[in-house]
Design a protein around this ligand. Structure first.
Ligand code: AMP
Ligand code: GLY
Length: 426
């Protein structure tokens, strides 16, 4: 198979690393990729949202399989674009069309979908400038803290959680007036769910599905879950507190009804679904859907997958996912993200990274790196995900932290408490 993978972060390096191991692979390209993906694939300088260039490249290189890493091209309709082109009747695309991608692209659509299909989620109220008073009344009925979400994609920054009711009302006004640009012209106010977060990753053809694994992500910049939200500072898989009964509840009350709901709504869906969940007591609730894999969750979920990923994609296309092999190791995988000074605010770029080959006990997935001559330099806020395996979570974390100390660049920062909150709960 000739494969094109879109994206250039740690998620894509982990996917490229895995795809590169497949016997079914003849050639792998990553666009635009980073200084890590070029070790396992050929980088192509095309932006994932430049559909014309992507289509031209698919034609030119006779690509059979397109894997879409990030959400933007999916929400912008890359599948619809390529299907409408008509030149690629046998191209396999991993990622939904625009209609399915609305599960991530519109919070209001996702909430409506869950309500329609009886999928457990927080109570909510959709608000625009037309029904602001209704929004304020909904806020009054909630207990603090208050959750306000911009409807559209806002690069993970569109969610506000505020304690004070006056501030919540004020923020609602600011959002409707354009604080988050177009993404915030519609706002979803939600009931606050108290619990512990985790995510579950599924590959589906719209009928059948395979669960790839679960992960817990560490979103805040500071230790003890303090400070600003980030894309994710680390992750572990599997999730120690997700026991068999909980996993069964997730499958029966969330995964199956979601896939059934898509069919009932007439939405064809081939690709990943990322279920962002809150475990409230023993019950699972959906916090959000994403229509792609997570980053850095992929860096821990994919290394645990022992089955061939390209065969799974083929099974997705053929509608034979039910019989396909999708095995994972029971061992733990933990990832620690090394970030650049300033992240998640404005951060430095262009610092030389050393020690990349000294991290012998881990997989070193590049997130924000670039090649500069013979050197590898920082090129993003999240720079490197160090992902390690262990028979226990403790062992996996120990290896990751050992290697985190072996890679150097000016301004390197990482959280030292990844997995700490759940250690010993295995
Ligand atoms: P989202 O972009 O919807 O995943 O929201 C970002 C983060 O805000 C989530 O990862 C949660 O930590 C938090 N969050 C979102 N919605 C809720 C909710 N209803 N209750 C509690 N926390 C939430
Ligand atoms: N780590 C969270 C995400 O990928 O959305």
């Amino acid at each position: 198979m000739r494969v094109l993978l879109l994206g250039g972060g740690g998620r894509e390096h982990a996917l490229a690393w895995k795809i590169n191991q497949s016997k079914r692979l003849t050639k792998l390209y990553v666009a635009p990729g980073n200084a890590g993906t070029c070790e396992v694939a050929e980088n192509v300088n095309i932006r994932a949202t430049d559909f014309e260039e992507v289509a031209r490249f698919i034609k030119q290189e006779a690509i059979n399989l397109l894997v879409v890493g990030p959400e933007e091209p999916l929400v912008a309709g890359i599948r619809d674009y390529l299907e409408a082109d008509g030149s690629f009747p046998s191209l396999v695309i991993v990622g939904p069309g625009r209609a399915g991608a609305a599960l991530e692209g519109s919070k209001e659509f996702a909430k409506g979908f869950m309500t329609r299909h009886g999928i457990p989620t927080a109570a909510y109220c959709p608000v625009t400038s037309e029904n602001r008073a209704e929004g304020i009344a909904f806020l009054r009925r909630q207990r603090p803290p208050y959750v306000l979400k911009a409807d559209g994609l806002a690069a993970g920054k569109g969610v506000l959680i505020v304690e004070d009711p006056e501030e919540a009302a004020r923020e609602l006004g600011l959002m409707l007036e354009g604080k988050f640009g177009k993404a915030g012209e519609r706002v979803v106010i939600e009931e606050f769910l108290r619990g512990i977060e985790l995510s579950v990753f599924v590959l589906t053809d719209g009928k059948e599905y395979k669960i790839l694994g679960s992960a817990k992500d560490y979103k805040r910049a500071g230790e003890g879950d303090t400070g600003l939200n980030t894309g994710g500072m680390g992750a572990i898989s599997p999730v120690p507190f997700a026991d068999a009964a909980f996993n069964r509840a997730v499958e029966e009350r969330i995964i199956i009804p979601t896939i059934r709901g898509l069919r009932a709504d007439g939405i064809a869906y081939k690709g990943f679904i990322f279920f962002g969940l809150m475990k409230v007591g023993d019950e699972p609730f959906v916090i959000e859907y994403n229509v792609r894999l997570g980053d850095p969750e992929t860096e821990v979920v994919i290394p645990r997958l022992t089955s061939d990923l390209l065969s799974l994609f083929e099974a997705m296309e053929r509608g034979t996912l039910r019989e396909a092999a999708c095995e994972t190791t029971p061992r733990y995988q933990a990832a620690v993200m090394l970030t650049a000074r300033g992240y998640p605010g404005p951060y430095e770029k262009g610092q030389v990274i050393t020690g990349l080959h000294d991290a012998r006990e881990s997989l070193v997935f590049h997130a924000g790196t670039a090649a500069r001559g013979d050197a590898v330099v920082t090129n993003g806020g999240r720079v490197i995900a160090i992902s390690s395996r262990g028979d226990t979570l403790e062992e996996a974390l120990q290896r990751a932290y050992q290697d985190a100390g072996r890679i150097h660049f000016e301004g390197k920062y990482f959280r030292r408490d990844i997995g700490k909150d759940v250690k010993g709960r295995e």
